[in-house]
Design a protein around this ligand. Structure first.
Ligand code: NAI
Length: 482
């Protein structure tokens, strides 16, 4: 019987292992973490992350062949395959600050594996790591491991998207496994392939060398984010010319070489991965002496920052160039729908921009708590090329200027404007007439996710701005936004 242990019970480790346990009842899967609250959450009725369908999968396997534990050493020692799915955030200080991946958690996990292992292990990189990390891990294990214990390192990056994680894991576009091109390396790849082959068709399991697998994950995220920045760049031109970005994206996406997905214009991409992984790619390119390649990918992030700034500027300039003391309802704080995750959400930058202009914001999100909002808005961000007005406020200023509402109607009551920052389905069917009646006039809606029916809202009486859509006369008359 194969035993799997996964280090890191986060957005990736938890769902990935739950699906492996579901599909492989004869494999014992233990997810370990140093965070006691996280493990307690996984062992409770209220899982620590919100992900559609996940409760059901966990309920089916927990106590059967899936468990969650803080006894990291014991379970790592017992396992045949150790997945490492710890966080790899952007470094905030020292060499490469604001760009390079911080591998502190990874290194400490690797040293711990070397310390406690008494039998051979396959160590699987599940976290997204810089290309060539496997080489560093091999060295740590070789120099610190016990005599006679052998390790094979595999790269098996995860491609799930938050909000659809369970669906993506049950039916992945591909599973990627990279390993050493030696007999031992090939045997390790085959062992991991056997796990996935229980539910993933063979032609969707790709095997490569280690460096291709590591780099493919960074490249895939860079390509996805680049599509968003491309359509967002076009959205600015649409507003300037009277074209409609939805029509342009539809026409462009009909080309089979381009395809229709990931072409929705928005206030910008967020989430823990896109920005971090592109910055990491930029840093790697610089380290390998490829400044042109680094510059190319850096622009994807610049356009994303530009899009968030443009949105804030549009709000402020439309409202007579000042939002000081005006209540602005913010609908949606998570970085996308169907998740409570707020890491790098554009809502943080937009709210900080509005707060910097002295607005009073009232935030509603169906999955994000008030404590989380307060933490996010107080947080210092690494200030890589971020404009000054996106700097966070002090805790005292924030308490005066930020409120969290129980629903969209409470957020909009007595507001001058509504900003939609997450595409939650419920925002498509709100009673906007009711909101309009309770707002100051002129009442503005700034739709950062293109979820509202612009014509209907204009009929109600709103001044409406929707990213990349033809502008109201009102907005055309306002000074151009930078
Ligand atoms: P997360 O922050 O939700 O979870 C990481 C967990 O690792 C935390 O609970 C932390 O306590 C734990 N941890 C850190 N060091 C540890 C140690 N030494 N021993 C035991 N536990 C330890 O992070 P998330 O979102 O799950 O991401 C993990 C990795 O997967 C990152 O490299 C990320 O880039 C990558 N990834 C994330 C995706 C996402 O949608 N969130 C998608 C694909 C990849």
């Amino acid at each position: 019987m194969v035993k799997i242990c996964c280090i890191g019970a986060g957005y990736v480790g938890g769902p990935t292992m739950a699906v492996i346990a579901l599909k492989c009842p004869e494999i014992e899967v233990v997810v370990v973490d140093i965070s006691e609250p996280r493990i307690a959450g996984w062992n409770s009725e209220r899982l620590p992350i919100y992900e559609p369908g996940l409760d059901d999968v966990v309920r089916q396997c927990r106590g059967r062949n899936l468990s969650f534990s803080t006894d990291v050493h014991r379970h790592v020692a017992d396992a045949d395959i150790v997945f490492v799915s710890v966080n790899t955030p952007t470094k905030t200080c020292g060499l490469g600050a604001g760009k390079a991946a911080d591998l502190t958690y990874w290194e400490s996990a690797a040293r711990m594996i070397a310390d406690v292992s008494l039998s051979d292990k396959i160590v699987v990189e599940k976290s997204t790591v810089p290309v060539k990390t496997a080489e560093a891990i091999e060295k740590i294990l070789a120099h610190n491991g016990r005599r006679g214990v052998r390790y094979q390192i595999l790269s098996n990056p995860e491609f799930l998207a938050e909000g659809t994680a369970v669906r993506d894991l049950l039916s992945p576009d591909r599973v990627l496994i990279g390993g050493r091109e030696t007999p031992e390396g090939r045997a390790a790849v085959a062992a991991l392939r056997d796990v996935y082959a229980r539910w993933v068709p063979g032609d969707r399991i790709i095997t490569t060398n280690l460096w291709s697998a590591e780099l493919s994950k960074l490249a895939a995220n860079a390509f996805l984010a680049q599509r968003i920045s491309s359509v967002n760049a076009i959205s600015a031109l649409c507003e300037a010319t009277g074209a409609d970005v939805a029509e342009v994206a539809h026409s462009v996406g009909k080309d089979a070489r381009i395809g229709p997905r990931f072409l929705a214009a928005s206030v910008g991409f967020g989430g823990s991965c896109f920005q971090k992984d592109i910055l990491n790619l930029v840093y790697i390119c610089e380290c390998y002496g490829l400044p042109e390649v680094a510059g190319y990918w850096r622009e994807v992030i610049r356009i994303n920052d530009y899009q968030k700034c443009r949105f804030v500027n549009r709000v402020v300039s439309s409202m007579f160039n000042t939002v000081a003391g005006k209540k602005v309802a913010v609908l949606g704080f998570a970085f996308k729908k169907d998740t409570g995750d707020t890491r790098e959400t554009p809502a943080i930058d937009v709210c900080n921009g509005l707060l910097g202009d002295k607005a009073v914001v009232s935030i509603y999100d169906p999955q994000v708590t008030g404590e989380q909002v307060a933490r996010d808005l107080a947080m210092k961000k690494f200030d890589w090329d971020h404009p000054r007005h996106l700097q966070p406020l002090s805790a005292t200023e924030m308490a005066k200027q930020v409120a969290v509402a129980a629903d969209a109607y409470e957020a909009a009551r007595d507001a001058h404007a509504v900003c939609i920052l997450t595409e939650w389905d419920e925002f498509r069917s709100l009673d906007y007439k009711r909101m309009f009646d309770a707002m100051h006039k002129p009442a503005f809606i700034f739709d950062g996710r293109n979820v509202v029916d612009v014509a209907k809202l204009r009929e109600i009486g709103f001044v409406v701005y929707s990213i990349g859509k033809p502008l109201d006369d009102w907005l055309k008359d306002m000074p151009a936004v930078a």
